[in-house]
Design a protein around this ligand. Structure first.
Ligand code: 6R9
Length: 657
């Protein structure tokens, strides 16, 4: 934890009560109701979740078992029940007479728009489901989705769910190399992609990346389904590649939803960890869906009159739970936007919010900070009076950005739900329920009912709220929506999340946190070598391995440096194979940045690269990362560097020698 964050936590004492007008219409209104639910969950944990699961999910076959803890930490929820997630997201709304309800109001970056009702979406999903089946995709087979932010990305995910295939969405900003690793790890049979995506006025060459990935391996892939979006020129492999719209034309929309077991893997989503290799986080069907539904209702307070908008990309967990599944499962109307928030000007999001009458808006602190920098004039040009609830996710929000969001965007009338959760937890874990819990800027406040979050010391003992000490953020009980394993690597699942405390199974989130005297949680940061860049997790080891893969690099160490907009920026210290004097360092910096972009994607591109003769290491050979973080932030080095082998290295790393 940085001293600065702890400082904020200890000095931020503003409290924003629930606006009476909001509480009046809220699903969960008043602290009493929240506490009541939380109490019920504590008293009868399984009973609480079983009741939610019976109420919120339409089952093909009802479950009789609730939580199976016989083989920890491989927990199972509702294991003898069967269901179909796509049925729960589409058919059941249509059967209830809501087929004409708008499901997706989509807007492309150039300004083109397309809307889908629930009935129209089901047709698309059915056709694609049938097409996938015609390519031999069966229940349990993996399909990789590498798409821009178009409605077809959601259609693709739902189509997999419909036939029981397990999807793995790869963010469109990842490189061919990163895509290849994920396709191979998942062993995908089909890849669904587009010719190109449109972002920031540029075309992202998705199909080209797929071709490159497939040329280098990925032997399991039999077909590539290509949506035409950017109309850029692409290569074509006859027999393997097929056009999305062509296959849709020939398929029937009639595709029966395949009932699957509650624990059937709905998807795999790769995320960064402490090692160089991304982890394939595996999510279940029923437990995951349940978390998506309950949080849509409790946290987003979603109702029939809402127009909901989550600005995340479907390539991240937020886009999975809060675009592709959650809003669909509760039958909401949602906005989906393809492009950059600043095209054609920094008022784009506010203009879309005005035109669509957005009522619930969910975005990341990094976006808020970036738009805040552009000035109030942009939001002020638009009528945002329909907004009633705002949300944030991805990283701690600093109080200044919180206040701007609250006042300038929310007009001082909309609660802000600061939602703490992770790829691994599948859905919100700690967040205000907006009609019940008073807000404090910068705090994600209290756990949702049924979430046994705690802050503990190294031995696993609770750190008392109000003690002004930080600790490890844990979940004391498994929740229905959390990951089931790491794809193909059960041991890594055990080691990463469940092995920290010797005699007990507690889920280790990998964040540090503290609680104030009201029991409010304040997230302080990661405890592992993961940095948070623009709300996205980036493993420092991943960037380091990309750098050392370059033939001029001998060694590299990557740390995060506090950044006003991104939260953290990527700072790399690089040791060359040859002599520094022999290189054009500026050109090499550019080459290394391009190299990392090629290996991982633009999100991993180092903002700063500093060359030195050696890295600071202890006598036992460990890289002194804390020292590197101090140096990267430009702060004075006050740490004890006497264990350092060569003290002169510090001056070099500071750029002074
Ligand atoms: C949903 C998502 C998870 C990590 C998590 C934490 C950070 C997310 C936060 C937050 C403070 C919040 N994080 N939400 N920190 N306040 N409201 O972001 O998933 O990409 O897996 O990242 O992000 O460090 O551990 P993911």
């Amino acid at each position: 934890m940085t001293d600065e964050t702890l400082e904020t936590v200890l000095t931020e004492n503003r409290v924003f009560e629930v606006p009476a007008e909001f509480a009046e219409h809220a699903r969960i209104a008043g602290m009493e109701q929240y506490l009541d639910m939380a109490r019920q969950a504590t008293q009868d944990y399984e009973g609480f979740w079983a009741e939610q699961a019976r109420q919120e999910i339409t089952w093909s076959k009802p479950f009789s078992q609730v939580l199976d803890e016989s083989n920890p930490p491989f927990y199972k929820w509702f294991a003898d029940g069967t269901l179909n997630v796509s049925y729960n997201c589409l058919d059941r709304h249509i059967e209830a007479g809501n087929g004409d309800r708008p499901a997706i109001l989509w807007e492309g970056e150039p300004g083109d728009t397309r809307n889908f009702t629930y009935a129209e979406l089901l047709e698309e999903v059915g056709k694609l489901g049938n097409a996938l089946k015609s390519y031999g995709v069966e229940k349990g087979d993996r399909v990789v989705i590498y798409m821009p932010m178009v409605p077809e990305a959601v259609v693709a995910m739902q189509a997999c769910a419909r036939i029981g295939a397990t999807h793995s969405v790869v963010f469109g900003g990842f490189s061919a190399e990163a895509l290849k690793d994920r396709i191979e790890d998942a062993g995908a049979k089909v890849v669904i992609t587009a010719d190109g995506g449109i972002r920031g006025g540029k075309t992202v060459a998705l199909k080209k990346n797929v071709d490159r990935a497939l040329n280098e391996g990925c032997d399991t892939v039999e077909h590539v389904v290509v949506l035409q979006r950017a109309e850029n020129e692409i290569d074509w492999t006859e027999g393997r590649d097929v056009w999305f719209r062509e296959i849709m034309e020939r398929e029937s929309a009639d595709c029966a939803p395949e009932p699957v077991e509650a624990e059937h893997p709905l998807f795999i989503l790769y995320t960064s960890g402490s090692t160089g290799k991304p982890k394939g986080v595996v999510h279940s069907s029923a437990g995951y869906l349940l978390g998506a539904i309950t949080s849509m209702k409790w946290v987003f307070d979603i109702g029939e009159d809402d127009v909901y908008w989550c600005t995340a990309d479907v390539g991240w967990i937020t886009g999975h739970t809060y675009i592709a599944y959650g809003p669909m499962a509760v039958g909401a109307t949602q906005v989906m936007y393809e492009g950059a928030p600043t095209v054609p000007d920094p008022g784009r999001l506010w203009s879309i919010a005005e035109r669509t009458g957005t009522t619930v808006f969910y975005t990341a602190p990094t976006a808020i900070r970036a738009l805040m920098k552009q000035g109030d004039e942009w939001p002020n040009k638009h009528d945002l009076s329909k907004l009633r609830l705002l949300g944030t996710v991805g990283e701690p929000i600093n109080p200044a950005a919180w206040m701007w969001y609250y006042q300038v965007i929310g007009g001082g009338r909309c609660p802000i739900v600061d939602t703490w959760w992770q790829t691994e937890t599948g859905s919100h874990m700690i967040s205000p329920l907006p009609g019940a819990v008073p807000l404090k800027p910068g705090s994600c406040t209290l756990p949702l009912p049924g979430v046994m979050a705690d802050v503990v010391d190294e031995e696993g003992n609770t750190v008392e709220p109000g003690s002004h000490h930080g600790g490890l953020l844990v979940l004391r009980r498994p929740v229905p929506s959390m990951l089931r394993t790491v794809w193909g690597d059960d041991q890594r699942y055990i080691d990463t999340y469940w092995s920290h405390f010797p005699d007990q199974y507690m889920y280790l989130a990998g964040d540090s946190a503290t609680r104030d005297e009201d029991g409010y949680f304040w997230i302080l940061g990661r405890i592992d070598d993961v940095i948070n860049v623009s709300g996205h997790r980036m493993g420092t080891m991943e960037v380091e391995s990309a750098l050392v893969a370059h033939d001029k690099v001998a060694e590299a160490a990557v740390v995060g440096r506090p950044d006003e907009v991104k939260g953290n920026s990527i700072f790399a210290f690089v040791i060359l194979q040859g002599k520094r004097e022999d290189e054009d360092l500026e050109a090499l910096r550019e080459a290394l940045r391009a190299h990392v972009t090629d290996e991982i994607g633009a999100i991993a591109r180092p903002d700063e690269i500093r060359f030195a003769d050696a890295l600071p290491k202890t006598r036992s050979g460990k890289i002194m990362r804390r020292l590197l973080r101090t140096i990267a932030s430009g702060e004075e080095v006050t740490q004890d560097i006497s264990t350092l082998e060569d003290e002169n290295v510090v001056r070099q790393l500071q750029g002074k020698a």
